[in-house]
Design a protein around this ligand. Structure first.
Ligand code: FES
Length: 156
């Protein structure tokens, strides 16, 4: 009997079985380990959140905003500056300065939109008129419906 096990053909068959079992156990281990890691990675992966596309925002009644004043509103996740000029007309622009992305404000004493970061200035048509800003501000549309001021994104 002992001679049979040591025979070259018996040894080869034993090795084949051992190799087969090794492959089977390795595959089982990989499958088991993957089944442990999969829920962990699924848990860590942030959920997909659809961004809501905002096309217009109501900012309040016309009388709520004084002439010669400005305010920053949220247009989706973007800041927009709405200015009511001294004659009572509304204009709106992106409130992000075109120089280094600071938030601009309306300066009554200059009658302009002002960026405090580097003294940049824009006129009430959004043009860069002074300081380092290289481009005009992005323009938004403003309309009044039933005494309600509505800011909307203009088609580009
Ligand atoms: S960031 Fe506005 S002037 Fe520099």
């Amino acid at each position: 009997m002992a001679e049979n096990r040591k025979s070259p053909s018996g040894q080869g068959e034993k090795n084949n079985r051992r190799d087969f079992l090794n492959i089977l156990l390795s595959g089982g281990f990989v499958a088991w380990f993957t089944s442990l890691l999969f829920p962990v990675f699924k848990y860590l992966e942030p959920p997909e959140i659809e961004e809501v596309k905002v096309t217009s925002v109501k900012i309040g009644a016309v009388e709520e905003m004084e002439k010669d004043s400005g305010k920053i509103i949220k247009f989706g996740n973007k800041p927009v500056i709405v200015v009511r000029n001294p004659t009572g007309e509304f204009v709106a622009f992106s409130a992000v300065c075109t120089h280094l992305d600071c938030i601009v404000q309306y300066k009554k004493e200059y009658g302009q939109i002002y960026c405090a970061c580097h003294n940049g200035r824009f006129d009430l048509s959004g043009r860069n008129v002074s300081g380092p800003p290289p481009f005009p501000l992005k323009k938004y549309g403003v309309t009044i419906k039933e005494k309600e001021v509505i800011v909307f994104e203009e088609a580009s």
